[in-house]
Design a protein around this ligand. Sequence first.
Ligand SMILES: [Zn+2]
Length: 157
Amino acid sequence: MPATNLSITKPLWKKLIKELKKRGKGIRESGAFLLGNSLKKEVTEFICYDELDPNSLDTGIIVFDGDGYIPLWKICREKGLQVLADVHTHPGNWTGQSGPDKKHPMIAQAGHLALIVPHLATKRGQLLNNIGIHEYLGDKQWRTWETVSGKFIITDK
Ligand SMILES: [Zn+2]
């Protein structure tokens, strides 16, 4: 498998964490799609789940309606970007995948990364420490990466 490391700049990562925290209000999960040019492997923007599906956070765990992909694909098409990864939060320090997380990849494409941020993204200075990095291998199979592997990296701007 090719080493397809994804990168994101620190300012954008911080902005992302801030949004996840704000939308989760410390009481519910929130999430976002990370977009960028798939050749450059750099995340250049993100779009939160509840911007695409306003009800996606209502139950406390993320339930993303299939219709939410329509505006997502439109944005990608218009901007010439691809979905490189997704991220969502979990309460507490557990960053493993739930049954539904494993069963329903947000993008069912091999190589897609699903990141999980602990403590509903409410911790100060949340970088890649303690986050879960799960790579979809296709056919409902996943591989969990150690953060130190550099599968997903934050660059200083
Ligand atoms: Zn989850």
